[in-house]
Write a protein that binds this ligand. Structure first.
Ligand code: NAI
Ligand code: MG
Length: 357
């Protein structure tokens, strides 16, 4: 019997509502597999915790979860707490301390959903975006000078290390092999960002050279953004720096059906630290407490977690269950045009999962 421990941080707003449905799927997967046990520890960190204690998590919070196998995260954010506090004091410390240097997002149009790109089908929209998650443009190095004067200036440094650049590109190629993908697309802007990006390109070409069986294209980010709309069928795996990846992943979510369904993984591929899986949406204060949040982003994050832990078959079965429920079209939350509740959608997916297995 294999055993995995999950740290559950449901967070704020709709976080706990969608997390409940995600955990139902974890339980169903455990029953189906038979040879695996998942145990959870829940942490009440987030904005309520902040309002009571003046911090988003306890001082030794990271140590409390350091030894678990994986983190399942809901969403954080509340109107009473500034967003830079909730993000910089909870999510970013987890991503950085645990070297979750890959942010992985599937851009996959699920069966039963339509893309806003009128002529694109499910076959056209099915690729993975790999975003560097620890350095690059989001470096926190820089400063402001002469504040309040006409000479005021701001400098924000980009940080690209050989180590960090190599490991994200190598991860992308390893993923391509694992998923039997043939095509690698690398985002750059070496025509205008003339130190960091030529450096990135040199390393990219070196690593691409080790993988001649995979076709590699290096595109400037502006053209690449346009190709996401005009020819998304060309992509298998797309890899980019922190900023480029951030923008591409939101664009990717938009072309396959929106915020409520999109999942993500913050991955430490070495397994030295726990990886973290979360829907890409926030705490949605406008619908929190109404029981109508779409739980699919959270449930799909559970599928990614299963894949990461080596249960790829379970992950695929979860995605198939989501797709069949969407195709039947009977149970949908309002963001997808239905009138079902969060719990109804969660129950329908669990029911389908049991039927299929
Ligand atoms: P949001 O993602 O919370 O909501 C944007 C819009 O999408 C809202 O109209 C919301 O109702 C809708 N929406 C989001 N998730 C949905 C779901 N599962 N089902 C149905 N509708 C859904 O983004 P917003 O409003 O910009 O931010 C709200 C708070 O969340 C802020 O405090 C922000 O900082 C935080 N946030 C946290 C993130 C995280 O925990 N990783 C990511 C993004 C925002
Ligand atoms: Mg983003």
């Amino acid at each position: 019997m294999k055993h995995f421990s999950i740290s559950v941080i449901a967070g704020d707003g709709i976080g706990p509502e969608v997390m409940r449905e995600g955990l139902k799927v974890v339980e169903a997967a455990e029953k189906l597999h038979g040879g695996v046990r998942f145990s959870y520890e829940s942490y009440d960190w987030g904005c309520d915790y902040y309002l009571q204690n003046g911090m988003m998590m306890p001082k030794d919070g990271l140590d409390q979860i350091r030894d678990c196998d994986v983190i399942l995260f809901g969403a954080v954010g509340a109107p009473e707490v500034p967003d830079h506090v909730s993000v910089w004091e909870l999510i970013l410390p987890i991503r950085r301390t645990f070297q979750q240097y890959v942010n992985l997002r599937p851009v996959k149009l699920l069966k039963g959903l339509e893309s806003p790109l009128r002529h694109k089908t499910h076959d056209d929209l099915d690729f993975l975006v790999v975003r560097e998650n620890t350095e690059g443009e989001y470096s926190n190095i820089g400063g402001r000078l002469h504040e309040g004067t006409p000479y005021e200036l701001a400098i924000q440094n980009n940080v690209f290390t050989k180590f960090g650049t190599k490991r994200i590109l190598e991860y992308a190629y390893t993923l391509a092999k694992k998923k039997q993908k043939k095509n690698m697309t690398i985002a750059t802007k070496s025509n205008a960002i003339n130190f960091a990006m030529p450096f990135w390109d040199e390393i990219a070409k070196e690593i691409a050279g080790h993988h001649p069986e995979i076709e590699t294209n290096i595109y400037h980010i502006d053209a690449l953004a346009a190709y996401f709309i005009s020819k998304p069928e060309e992509f298998d795996i797309v890899v980019g720096s922190n900023l480029f990846g951030d923008i591409l992943t939101d664009l990717g979510a938009a072309i396959v059906g929106g915020l409520g369904i999109a999942p993500s993984g913050n991955i430490n591929p070495d397994f030295h630290y726990p990886s973290m899986f979360e829907p890409i949406h926030g705490s949605a204060p406008d619908i929190a407490g109404k029981g109508i949040a779409n739980p699919i982003g959270q449930i799909w994050s559970v599928a990614m977690m299963m894949d990461h832990l080596g249960f790829t078959g379970l992950g695929e079965l979860i995605i198939q269950s989501i797709e069949e429920v969407l195709q039947e079209g009977l149970v949908r939350t309002p963001d997808l045009g239905g009138d079902s509740s969060t719990v109804e959608v969660g129950d329908a997916i669990v029911h389908k999962f049991k039927q299929l297995s």
